[in-house]
Write a protein that binds this ligand. Structure first.
Ligand code: HEC
Ligand code: HEC
Ligand code: HEC
Ligand code: HEC
Ligand code: HEC
Length: 485
């Protein structure tokens, strides 16, 4: 009896100390402290004063180059992005209006703290709200609460925004930047404060770590993947690959050498070539050749970045003197985090492999998309699967609580794929392997773009009557000839 009692107490204690342990009910999840995080489920904080946020067009007067680089970047598009707007619309319909604050806390933070959020759609919003992740979001970041969050790691916008303060003669703007300011810094428009945070990945962390809004379990973990990897140890931060030209990024990754001060630019270029492609279509339709040219360059950069990220190795495996298998090794050589990263349950990266014998007959082929844009079921996707509280597959971030699979490739790491292959005729076989990437499954993209709110007219803005076949990028390809032995 006594023993049973002890056991029960022990069990109860155990369950209490394992966060999110097996026996949890939804009431026992870590709660967000509402007094600390008034904009929950976003973890943004705002030091309110008479000093308001400033839209990017004003910063452009004195920082024209930065403005041009940022224009058309994923940060500038973060709120207007039709794929995002489609998903936001879906989220609000399924999970209720509250969820919008979580999303917008990263996709347009100033609008959240100012209470401008009305759900999906662009109508009636200020320039600052439409500008997404704009100049005055990042340069008003005074600090962060990364380690005070419910999960004790950066998540869901755990930043402190402070555009300025009330001074004796009215509001004074303060901008945080990477350098030690001289006396002319800010030209009477703003004061300057040196901020080591702006030279570090910690600035990017709270937005590039997405967690479930209730359970706080991480769903997108770019920062943590970086933090646990070799680049963090070598002092190579997000800025050193994403705020520089392609050549400089390759040097940061290969030589682990930090760029010089004058090499930084506000491109924030990643992998999302699809959105630049759509934005270029829209700009050409609107007759804005300057923007079209600008995003075309960003499209090229994104493709170049994807094509620099990975390498392939093909090795034959012989058993009893006979060719039995080929092994394809996919190496993440230049992504500072896992490859792919972030929305890993949606992005698609896979191998297409073809084996041709010496007479030119195709003896094996795998990984080709069909005419509907669908991938075969039996291939290895380097992606993740997210599941809800009943351990059922879901793609919806408001339902997803854990991973049932995560097959992404860590920084400077690799994954192997084996293909059974025997050679009956001829003496050699040619193996061609290609690593391919697209933003999403064709059907899923059609679904998301089909859900954009009524005030974004895909046909009028982008000239899209039906969703075109999503472009696929060949990241790297390799051909080798293998002998029978
Ligand atoms: C913690 C910050 C954060 C939160 C919260 C957040 N996002 Fe995002 N979201 C991001 C980042 C960063 C990316 C870009 C990742 C990438 O490109 O791989 C992104 C990308 C996306 C994309 C892909 C866009 C594209 O063009 O491919 C969609 C869709 C999206 N978010 C929807 C949402 C919705 C809906 C919510 C709320 C339920 C939400 N996000 C909440 C940070 C956040
Ligand atoms: C996503 C966050 C982010 C956004 C958005 C952003 N910046 Fe920056 N900015 C940074 C970071 C990080 C640095 C530091 C990079 C480095 O180490 O030089 C920086 C540096 C700067 C500097 C100092 C650069 C130098 O040459 O020494 C200026 C000025 C600046 N930004 C202005 C702007 C303007 C103007 C905009 C909008 C058009 C903008 N920023 C948008 C993050 C941002
Ligand atoms: C009236 C001109 C003027 C306007 C408008 C202006 N700035 Fe500046 N800013 C300057 C000058 C001058 C400097 C110092 C030289 C430089 O870095 O370009 C500076 C420097 C900076 C720095 C760099 C600090 C560092 O570490 O080197 C940041 C960040 C910055 N500004 C952000 C902004 C943002 C964000 C806006 C819009 C909200 C803005 N500025 C609007 C004139 C201006
Ligand atoms: C306030 C939140 C926020 C901050 C801070 C932030 N980002 Fe982002 N970032 C986003 C969002 C949201 C997106 C995705 C927009 C979309 O897909 O619609 C994004 C997109 C990106 C992309 C493009 C991804 C792609 O698929 O092409 C890169 C690269 C990036 N961010 C790098 C950075 C770096 C580097 C920093 C720090 C210097 C940073 N971000 C800081 C919110 C943020
Ligand atoms: C050593 C260089 C390097 C560093 C450091 C680095 N990245 Fe990347 N990043 C890449 C490359 C290469 C890609 C393209 C391949 C891919 O998608 O992973 C990429 C892609 C991305 C994407 C788009 C992912 C997608 O598939 O949609 C985001 C978002 C991103 N990085 C954010 C970050 C953030 C945030 C940090 C810092 C925590 C960071 N990166 C650090 C090289 C780097």
């Amino acid at each position: 009896m006594r023993q049973q009692c002890l056991l029960a107490t022990l069990l109860a204690v155990l369950i209490a100390v394992i966060p999110g342990g097996v026996a949890h009910s939804r009431d026992t999840y870590m709660k967000t402290d509402a007094s600390m995080y008034p904009h929950a489920p976003s973890l943004l904080q705002w030091e309110k004063s008479g000093a308001d946020f400033t839209p990017p067009e004003t910063c452009a007067d004195c920082h024209p180059e930065k403005f041009e680089e940022w224009t058309g970047s994923m940060h500038a598009l973060a709120f207007k992005d039709p794929v995002y707007q489609g998903e936001l619309n879906h989220a609000v319909k399924e999970a209720g209006h509250e969820i919008a604050r979580q999303c917008e806390g990263c996709h347009t933070p100033a609008a959240v703290v100012k209470g401008e959020i009305k759900g999906a759609g662009l109508e009636g919003l200020s320039d600052m709200a439409l500008a997404g992740v704009s100049c005055d979001v990042c340069h008003s970041v005074k600090g962060h609460t990364h380690w005070q969050t419910p999960y004790h790691q950066p998540e869901n916008g755990s930043l402190i925004l402070s555009p300025g303060k009330d001074g004796p003669e009215g509001p004074e703007l303060t901008k945080y930047g990477p350098n030690t300011p001289d006396e002319y810094c800010g030209d009477d428009f703003h004061q300057c404060v040196e901020s080591p945070l702006h030279r570090s990945s910690e600035l990017c962390a709270s937005c590039h770590q997405v967690s479930n809004h209730e359970t706080h379990t991480p769903l997108e973990e770019t920062y943590r993947e970086w933090k646990n990897g070799p680049y963090a140890t070598a002092n190579i931060h997000c800025q050193d690959c994403h705020m520089v030209e392609t050549q400089t990024f390759k040097r940061s990754a290969d030589a682990l050498q930090k760029p010089d001060r004058e090499e930084y630019h506000h491109y924030f270029n990643g992998a999302n070539f699809l959105l630049y492609y759509l934005t270029e279509l829209a700009a050409r339709r609107a007759g804005d050749e300057e923007l079209a040219e600008n995003v075309h360059n960003k499209y090229t950069m994104a493709v170049e970045r994807l094509q620099a990220a990975a390498a392939l190795e093909i090795t034959p495996v012989y058993r009893q003197e006979k060719l039995a298998e080929i092994k394809v090794r996919v190496k993440n050589i230049r992504a500072g985090h896992n490859l792919p990263t972030s929305l890993t349950n949606i992005r698609q990266m896979w191998l297409e492999v073809t084996a041709t014998d010496s007479q030119g007959n195709i003896i094996m082929t795998t990984g080709s998309v069909d005419t509907q844009g669908t991938l075969p079921k039996d291939i290895r996707l380097f992606n993740s699967h997210t599941q809800d509280k009943n351990l059922e597959f879901t793609l919806n971030p408001w339902e997803a609580e854990s991973f049932s699979k995560n097959d992404t490739i860590p920084p400077k790491g690799y994954k192997d794929v084996h293909y059974g292959l025997s050679l009956d005729r001829g003496t050699s076989v040619t193996i061609e392997a290609k690593l391919r990437y697209r933003q999403a499954d064709q059907k899923l993209a059609e679904k998301l773009l089909g859900m954009v709110p009524g005030d974004i007219h895909l046909e009028a803005v982008y000239g899209i009557k039906e969703i075109p076949a999503l472009p696929i990028i060949d990241m790297v390809s390799k051909t080798v000839v293998i002998h029978k032995k």
